[in-house]
Design a protein around this ligand. Sequence first.
Ligand SMILES: C[S@@+](CC[C@H](N)C(=O)[O-])C[C@H]1O[C@@H](n2cnc3c(N)ncnc32)[C@H](O)[C@@H]1O
Length: 258
Amino acid sequence: MASQTSTKKSRSRRGPSRKRNTKIKNGKAPEKKKVFNRLVENRLIEKVDYEEYRDTVREVYDGKQGAFLLACSVLSLHAPLGERIFSTRKFDLSGKKRILDVGSGAGQIAKHLTKHADADASITCFDISPGMVRRAIRRIKSDRPNYLVADLTRLPFADGTFDCVTCGYVLEHLPDPEIGLRELHRVMQPGGSMLLLTTEDNFGGAWTSRMWRCRTYNRQALRELCKSLGFEWKQEIWFTRVHKIFRAGGICVELGKQ
Ligand SMILES: C[S@@+](CC[C@H](N)C(=O)[O-])C[C@H]1O[C@@H](n2cnc3c(N)ncnc32)[C@H](O)[C@@H]1O
């Protein structure tokens, strides 16, 4: 397990802006959220600078709450239903040879990758939390993935390294999603695909935000931002029809790098 973490000093020099950022840049319109959602949502991400927020996120996931992440994914059905996205080829892994799993957590998505990716595909998993990386290694029990500790805002990979990216519920941990999305765009090959899942600004999303101290996204604003960064918003995916009717499970979209 390689480590890509650096000192606090160098993080603050090279890291994202310390300015409060509640808007999606390039998404133009500020997000309008329902009053109730605003009351429930956790606001830490707006109140402190990125380095402090990131340290808190790392502590949360390294600690006891992180140990319950997998149980939460199973109870919310995200882990079992997530596999269907790959097994039914709604998001098609065939032909993908260099796959990056962002913020792997307990390996919820990475485990599906080891089952459904081509046998000769390489799988790279990273997370900001060393504790979560250890949990993923213990859970996946496969020597296929490479693991490292790294930050989505500063990826230690060369331009165009990957033809496929999976990013499940990580973008909500960035005050400014543009920085993370730009990094993912940079490390993707032209024509590459990304499965992006993130927390939506609705009732369910507000409670997720409270529990995991993350932000939420407005679907339309995120779509505009992705388009402005050179991603094609290819298809919106729902775990089940029930999820679609109740707008549950968050935003799940296939993006293409043009
Ligand atoms: C909700 S879990 C998602 C786990 C898994 N991807 C899934 O789909 O269930 C979020 C993970 O993102 C990681 N994370 C948060 N901010 C990150 C960052 N800036 N860079 C890399 N990983 C990050 C957390 O440590 C945590 O393991």
